[in-house]
Design a binder for this molecule. Structure first.
Ligand SMILES: *[C@@H]1O[C@H](CO)[C@@H](O)[C@H](O)[C@H]1NC(C)=O
Length: 192
């Protein structure tokens, strides 16, 4: 149901690709409402609205791979859908339950996509700006693979060329995170 070729930020989403590559490849698991989740990933507000009206319990459901509509909204960047879900009581910190999902929450997905408008909403509805998660890829045994959203956005900005047209979105994403109290994992770790 997810089309990887439509990803806007391919060079920086290796962790995310790792996560979503497995969607659709699972075995014996409960059915998911594919119409609903497709509407979430494609940003179809009217469909999400009517499906939620017909079945309010949908707001608590995830895909077979444990991704919530809040995660999938990072693809479309549709903040209205996110607002609707949060108003209806969706957990802004919900984590992927997929084994290889890197413990990612909606804020981390949105950071990879530079979705600052959605991040503002998540924070307004109580998301933890410093909820840590894991980086994908290969790691040395003693290497720290735990990160925060601020770690990720700093790396994206560092790797992005100066004339990249999406840069302002990512700069604004960092601004929103910093205003929300974002810290690097290295400094957060010392406080724990
Ligand atoms: C939203 O989904 C409905 C039902 O599938 C479809 O008829 C409509 O064209 C979609 N709207 C957009 C903007 O894609």
């Amino acid at each position: 149901m997810i089309n990887p070729t439509s990803y806007p930020v391919r060079l920086v989403v290796s962790a995310l690709l790792f996560t979503v590559a497995a969607i659709g490849s699972t075995e014996e698991q409960p059915p998911e409402n594919t119409e609903y989740f497709h509407a979430c990933s494609s940003g179809n507000l009217s469909t999400v609205t009517s499906l939620l009206e017909a079945d309010p319990a949908l707001v608590r459901t995830t895909t077979r791979d444990g991704e919530h509509c809040l995660h999938l909204s990072a693809f479309s960047g549709n903040a209205e859908i996110v607002k609707l879900l949060l108003e209806k009581g969706a957990d802004p910190d919900i984590r992927s339950t997929y084994e290889k999902g890197l413990r990612m929450h909606p804020l981390s997905w949105c950071t990879y996509y530079g979705r600052h408008e959605i991040i503002s909403l998540l924070l307004k509805y109580g998301a933890d700006v410093n909820a840590d998660f894991d980086l994908g890829g290969e790691f040395e045994e003693n290497e720290d693979r735990v990160v925060t959203a601020l770690d990720v956005i700093e790396k994206i900005l560092m790797d992005m060329s100066v004339d990249d047209e999406r840069k302002p979105e990512f700069v604004e994403t960092r601004n929103v995170l910093v205003r929300g109290g974002a810290l690097r994992w290295a400094s957060l770790k010392d406080e724990l």
